[in-house]
Ligand binder design. Structure first.
Ligand code: PRX
Length: 650
């Protein structure tokens, strides 16, 4: 199999597809020639309480302004719920599949409306107002979606923190957006293991208080019934409050550019940034991509395995699907519990038509053997999706051949927290597939490859991926720090949005994402900055300095390799190594667990004191024969010691 082997659109798709190749080309052409007309038309796919008259007001120059549909008014929860009630009030909106295969629930649009309205009233009764930030730290239960939609209903801005993050990481995000209201659960449940969410929240609230951000209300869902400590006057049981609340809650009319949510994400430097998404453009883009990328038809059962703690969960578990009146499946568990056939069993159990997951999960399941897959039917499947990291052609082929029985198209969707929705992707009825390529841009998206100096590369080329004009789902700013937004995304190549990804364009104009070109790691599809792991390491009292790089990992995509210099006189022992791993997990969360720790008395630095990461990456990859120019090092002998003690010998 060469990487350029095409999997042509299958003949039966000609009849089913919402978008065929001719339509794709025609719409794409219009979308870049006349974005005003194109988005003016498609902006009407959602309901507006006050229709917009302006479509696009965007500039990537100087201060960077991004406004879409700016004089329109709408409400996201109305679009995701109320407008469906007449036609599909009794249709299932959310299928919930619990961690334990015996646990499941179905929530209709009418029930969703009732729950969201009640919860919105609980928020209001407890002082939450339009514009206030509400932190959501929850397991994958329907109440997490209710919480998002209840915030949207009253104009509060949610900030979801992934349930796997530590109290410290949670506190940082509470403080970052000065959030005084938290919604959580007693405990989460994943793979049969309990996660002490309320306990973590209590700790985070104490840490935040030391930074003068006082959380005054905590709404707690009873998930497991495990014992939790309770602060009277501050803590409220979710079920008690919701039961008492009125199910009648008129939605707040929101301007298209009013904030909808903040989501913290890692960059190459400093603390995670609060990516801000707004109301109208985001919902138009999330719903439109959901419909066309997955070729969603009325009645399809759609399952995205992400967590609502990440952007994929925002756009493609909750907002996109519900805006389209879809049935969306929410999964609390993990792919290998009770065993490695769980995904495929859930697909059969709920007759899932569209399945969207991450390459890291596929690689892990692929290793378990095909029997786990082939023992299930999977006949209901129509579209398979991949997201979060480059999918290697082997995993792609396995997904195609074994999971999809060589009959189901795969959409390899490239996008980012910042982009709000999918930017580069096949459309199942329009795009011939190449394993490992995200293929072509979605409507309105104009990718450009540039070299290190910003020179534009034409035709088949390898370079840094920029996007040259705005699309409605784009982030608007970094919460509270517009200057950082401009600096991070628009200063490397002025006038262009720089994605941080490397990319190749082939002779057919297909895009192949090659991975981050900055100091952002992608570990099992989870994004983190090397700087965050380094700062967790140096906060240990025995560590004087640390440098962290990624290295290729068969299952995780990238592993975390840490070079650690200890304080004078501290013995480098295996026990200390374990202690450092535990320390990083405590500081950030299990997703940041170092895979390799190398004790290194010295780090390779230039004479001006800058760590030469290029060399550290090569050693971590066990590719030390190709270290390149080391003549600018202050002390070249450091490298010999690093090579001799490398932890990743092949
Ligand atoms: O490097 C790209 C990778 O994930 C990064 C964005 O991470 P995050 O903001 O956490 O969002 C993940 C879910 C959208 C990108 O800069 N990435 C995402 N999707 C793909 C991908 N790399 C290759 N192929 C993809 N399909």
């Amino acid at each position: 199999m060469t990487e350029n082997q095409l999997h042509a659109v299958q003949p039966d798709w000609k009849a089913r597809a919402l978008i065929d190749d001719d339509t794709y080309r025609a719409w794409y052409e219009e979308s870049v020639r006349d974005p005003e007309a194109f988005w003016g038309k498609h902006g009407k796919r959602i309901d507006w309480s006050k229709p917009f008259t302006k479509v696009k007001n965007t500039s990537f120059d100087d201060d960077v302004v991004i406004r879409w549909f700016e004089d329109g008014e709408t409400n996201v929860s109305v679009n995701c719920i109320d407008r469906h009630l007449e036609k599909r009030g009794d249709q299932v909106a959310i299928i919930w599949e619990g961690d334990d295969p015996k646990d499941d629930r179905k929530i209709t649009y009418r029930e969703l409306h009732d729950q969201v309205c009640r919860l919105a009233n609980v928020l209001k009764d407890n002082g939450v107002q339009k514009g206030d930030r509400v932190t959501i730290y929850m397991p994958m239960i329907p109440e997490a979606a209710y919480a998002m939609l209840a915030c949207a209903r009253i104009g509060a801005v949610h900030s979801i923190v992934f349930g796997g993050f530590s109290p410290d990481a949670l506190a940082g995000r509470i403080v970052g957006c000065e959030s005084t209201f938290v919604i959580t659960a007693d405990e989460g449940l994943r793979g049969g293991k309990k996660i002490p969410l309320k306990d973590n929240t209590d700790k985070a609230i104490d840490i935040a208080a030391r930074q003068y951000v006082m959380v005054n209300k905590v709404l707690v869902v009873k998930r497991t019934g495990g014992a939790v400590s309770w602060a009277n006057g501050r803590d409220i049981w979710f079920h008690e409050a919701v039961e008492k609340a009125s199910p009648d809650c008129p939605a707040e009319a929101m301007n298209a550019e009013d904030p909808l949510f903040i989501l913290y994400t890692s960059g190459s430097t400093g603390k995670p940034k609060g990516v801000l998404h707004t109301t109208g453009g985001y919902l138009v883009y999330a719903s439109m991509t959901h419909e066309y990328v997955f070729d969603y038809h009325d009645g399809d059962v759609y399952w995205c395995t992400a967590d609502v703690g990440w952007v994929t969960g925002h756009s493609y578990i909750v907002y996109g699907p519900l805006a389209n009146g879809a049935t969306t499946l929410m999964f609390e568990g993990i792919p290998n519990y009770p065993d490695q056939s769980r995904f495929w069993q859930v697909i059969d159990k709920h007759q899932v038509n569209i399945f969207y997951t991450a390459p890291t999960a596929l690689r892990a399941l692929m290793g378990a053997g095909d029997d786990y897959v082939t023992s299930s039917s999977r006949k209901s499947l129509k579209v398979l999706g991949s997201v979060g990291e480059p999918i290697n052609p082997e995993a792609w082929e396995w997904y195609y051949r074994v999971v999809g029985d060589s009959r189901v198209p795969i959409v390899d969707t490239w996008w980012q927290t910042e982009t709000g929705g999918i930017l580069i992707t096949p459309l199942p009825g329009a795009t011939d597939l190449k394993p490992g390529s995200a293929t072509r841009p979605f409507f309105g998206v104009q990718p450009q490859l540039v070299d290190a100096e910003g020179g534009v590369l034409e035709g088949a080329a390898d370079g840094n991926l920029c996007i040259v004009d705005s699309w409605p789902g784009q982030m608007r700013t970094v919460y509270g720090d517009h200057e950082r937004f401009v600096q991070t995304y628009f200063s490397t190549y002025p006038g262009k949005y720089f994605t941080g990804d490397g990319c190749r364009r082939d002779e057919d104009g297909y895009y192949w994402i090659t991975g981050r070109v900055d100091d952002v790691l992608n570990v099992s599809g989870h994004r983190m900055g090397t700087a965050e792991v380094e700062s967790a390491l140096v906060s240990h009292d025995k560590v004087s300095e640390a440098a962290v790089v990624g290295y290729p990992h068969d299952v995780k995509g990238q592993g975390i390799y840490c070079y650690v210099t200890l304080m004078n006189g501290v013995e480098p022992t295996d026990e200390l190594r374990k202690d450092l791993v535990a320390h990083v997990r405590r500081e950030i969360g299990a997703i940041a667990s170092p895979d390799k720790i190398q004790f290194s008395p010295g780090l390779p630095k230039t004479r001006s004191g800058k760590i030469m990461r290029r060399i550290l990456r090569k050693i971590a990859e066990d590719d030390y024969g190709a270290l390149g120019d080391t003549s600018t090092l202050a002390d070249p002998a450091v490298v010999d010691d690093l090579v001799a003690n490398r932890q990743n010998k092949k």
